[in-house]
Write a protein that binds this ligand. Structure first.
Ligand code: FE2
Ligand code: FE2
Length: 180
């Protein structure tokens, strides 16, 4: 596997762990309990800072590269590119709703829970399309020379949660994920 794809795949495993923790918070909401909203805030902060601002732009470089060279898988790739924009919007919206709750805004539990559920569905559907269809195709088709070009164009940033240096902000979230 190319180094770029291996790194993106590792990110997906990490995102899944964050999403599984968010799923637990959703379970608490559905049970009529209050989840740890500070923790939910950190999960969304991580996804918006790392997934939306780094992981997705890196994938965008690969997807645009593939679209320039061939129309194969174009339908899936166009969908993934659109989803990157949509995921950023729903992450920002859920983050705003969560920050509102933390700031004392009264919001219907059912409404917020539905928003979390939809967020989880969309994030997971996106990961699944990449892992099941598009990544295996790209891995099979692109040559080492293609990956070298992609590597040059792609942005690099260390993961603040699972990377070599854990950001102070995410220490609590990291402990929860490792312990869960
Ligand atoms: Fe993606
Ligand atoms: Fe991805």
């Amino acid at each position: 596997m190319s180094e770029v794809m291996a790194a993106l795949h590792r990110d997906h495993i990490h995102f899944s762990r964050v999403l599984n923790l968010l799923q637990e918070s959703l379970g608490e909401l559905r049970a009529g309990e209050d989840p740890d909203f500070d923790l939910v805030h950190d999960m969304l902060d991580y996804l918006s800072h790392y997934a939306d601002l780094y992981h997705h732009p890196k994938e965008d470089v690969i997807y645009h590269y593939q679209l320039e060279r061939s129309s194969a898988e174009a339908e899936h790739i166009d969908r993934l590119l659109d989803e990157h924009r949509a995921l950023r919007q729903i992450t920002d919206a859920l983050r705003a709703a969560t920050d509102g709750i933390l700031g004392g805004t009264v919001i219907l539990r059912q409404e917020y829970a539905d928003q979390v559920a939809e967020f989880l569905d969309k994030q997971r559907a996106h990961l699944n399309l990449e892992e099941a269809e598009v990544f295996p195709y790209l891995e099979q088709t692109l040559a080492t020379s293609d990956w070298a070009i992609i590597e040059e164009r792609a942005p690099t940033r260390a993961d603040p949660l699972f990377g070599p240096d854990l950001a102070t902000q995410f220490e609590g979230l990291y402990r929860r994920i490792i312990g869960s």
